[in-house]
Every structure is written in structure tokens, then in C-alpha cells.
Design a protein around this ligand. Sequence first.
Ligand SMILES: [Zn+2]
Length: 242
Amino acid sequence: MDRRTFTRIIGLSALSLPFTSTAAFAQGPSIEALTGQKSPKLYSKDIPLRYEAGKAFADMRKAALKDRMKLHILSGFRSFNRQRTIWNNKYVQYTKKGMSPTLAIEEIIKFSTIPGTSRHHWGTDIDIIDVYKPMPKSPLETKYFHDPKHYDNMRKWMEKYGPDFGFYMSYTDDLVRKGFSYEPWHYSYEPIASEYLNHFMDVDLVGELKKRGVYGHEYLKGEIWDRYLEENILDINAALKS
Ligand SMILES: [Zn+2]
């Protein structure tokens, strides 16, 4: 059954549910869950993902072992506070150098997410390598994922089998895609991440950033904010949008 048919059937059956169930269905994840202010219950120490995604990753890791590679998560769930520390440090560093607030923000969002907007906040996203291969000093660089001595095999394996377990590369190597650059190490667990993305777009994030002490929040509006949402948040692998 394709996704559209599935959604249509779910949509129709939702109408026949009693009011309370429909309301619960529409409510979705809390703002804390969507912005990393509350940690989900994680699957395990070495699989820091929410349970369902963690279980799928464990199954995928088992399958990959049979093909002689050992998937290892370098980064899974990341909290809002952690992202805020990264953001605020960079903001201070750049503005001290004399950059205007908007220029500093433009510079930071080339490589980092605005706190509250990282897909790692959802407990569905991972940065992975194959630990059967030699690990470079900074392993998360594109060249290693196209080098047979490092993670080229893993990347090809993930492309072929990742979707069987629900995992898709988020920031694909697509020349027309805008937003974050190609990240051949970053994968999302689609069954939850697509739903989270839909709910995320309804959150009043700017209000949240102000409340939570994110530097430069007063400049996160208008064109810069709209472009960030449109390109960095929404211009991802089409398989991760429903
Ligand atoms: Zn990542």
C-alpha cells in the first residue's frame, strides 16, 4: 500500500473514532519533545534513540554485521541545552570579531542548527560510521564516505538496505537541494521523523528561543527565518516528508 492510500484510510477511520481518541491522535508530540527540551527514554547507552527507532537500528546493525560492517552511532539524541551552548558560543565569537548579528547568524547556520530545530532533538536521527574500518581524526567528512578504505561500503549498504529498517539519508547529495550540505553520515528514522517534522512546523519556535536565552533570537525573523525554515528544515530528502 502506498503512503497516500494509507493516509487516506487512516484519515477516514479517524472520523469514525470517538471524539477523545481523535483529539489524542491530533495532539501529537509536546513542544518539549519537538525541541529537545525533554529527553525521550533512550533505547540504550550505545543507541541513544527513542525506543522504536532504537529497536529498528539494533535490527539494522545486526543485518549489517552479516555483511561485515559494524554500524556505530557517533551522535544520536542531542538536547536543546547542548545545541544552545554551541550556538551561543559561536554567536559571541563572531559578534566579538565585529560581525553584525544577522551576518553572525548567517555564518553559524552554514554548519549548525538553531537550537530547537535540530533533527537530533527528536531521538530519531543519527550520525554513523563503520567501526570495522580505521577511524580518521574527524570522521564526519564527506571524503571518507566515498573512500573504500573508510565508509564507502557502509554508505552504499545504507542506501540499499537502510529503508528496509526505516532509515533514510536526510541531507542528500542533490545539486538542486538547498539548506544544509550533503551529510552522508546523517540518517533519520522515517516513521517517527516525518510525523515530527509535520508537528514541528506548527510550533512557535521564536517565542521559545526568547524564553530559553538563545543569543540573537531577536534577529531570527522575517526573511532570514523564512529562508531557514524553507531551506534548512524543509529541503531534505523527499522520502522524509509526508
Ligand atoms: Zn547529524
